[in-house]
Design a binder for this molecule. Structure first.
Ligand code: 0O2
Length: 217
């Protein structure tokens, strides 16, 4: 019956989305472990904050429509890699790379894509390190490889991105050019602050800028 079909589709959709949540949970656990262990071993914490979000099915379908693709489970699986999203905020730029390295060096993690908007900021000034990683999720039905988008950034980058995001939405994407310029300028200020804080941080830890030895207090 139609009702049966609708129920089946609903259950299938729930199962489909749940896998992304599990993938996200796995990545959050990995990051939380790194955070706790690093704090224990080095009496210092490279991770300030971890947050996460699951894209709603509606925005997944919207995104597919923007790309001109018919929404099916297969097309979602093949083209949408940011259903599960984890954001890591660090104090210092060096920590951003350190955390990314520690996560991606893990044996069960595969890096599908990496975008370094810190080395090459977006035109508006946006900075962050973006990774799409694939993580295995072990279920009763077998092992499923799930993509998770991980955004790693500093507090300053996060501060800027949150405000820019609000402004972008307020103006529905049509931000007045004077405001765009102001934002880009603020991004440069944030980036300068990051550079200064990094230098102070290195002085505190008695490291020369070229030093690559692990932090020890
Ligand atoms: P939300 O609500 O944060 O999820 P793709 O997803 O691969 O089709 P693209 O452009 O390759 O698109 O992805 P990219 O550049 O890696 O960036 C995607 C995410 O990064 C965005 O997700 C934002 O979270 C963040 N981001 C990228 N550019 C900007 C920016 O200019 N300003 C701010 N504030 N955030 C940015 P969503 O899905 O757009 O939004």
């Amino acid at each position: 019956s139609t009702l049966e079909e609708m129920r089946t589709l609903r259950d299938e959709t729930e199962r489909f989305m749940l896998r992304y949540k599990f993938g996200m949970d796995e990545v959050i656990t990995k990051l939380s472990i790194l955070r706790e262990e690093f704090g224990q071993t080095h009496a210092y914490n490279p991770i300030e904050h971890i947050s996460s979000r699951l894209k709603s099915l509606d925005s997944v379908i919207e995104k597919l429509e923007r790309k001109g693709i018919d929404p099916t489970f297969d097309s979602i699986r093949e083209t949408i890699t940011d259903i599960a999203g984890v954001r890591v905020t660090c104090s210092f730029v060096s920590d951003v790379y350190r955390v990314a390295e520690l996560l991606t060096a893990q044996g069960d993690i595969r890096v599908l894509k990496k975008k370094d908007y810190i080395a090459a900021p977006k035109e508006n000034g946006y900075q962050s390190l973006h990774l799409i990683v694939e993580v295995p999720v072990f279920l009763s039905t077998g092992t499923h490889l799930v993509p998770v988008e991980v955004q790693v950034r500093t507090i300053a980058m996060d501060f800027w991105a949150s405000l820019e995001h609000k402004i972008y939405y307020k103006y529905d994407g049509q931000v007045p050019s004077a405001l765009v310029d102001d934002l880009t300028d603020a991004a440069h200020t944030a980036s300068e602050l990051d550079a200064r804080m990094e230098r102070l941080h290195r002085e505190l830890h008695g490291e020369r800028p070229s030093s690559r030895r692990p932090i020890a207090i």
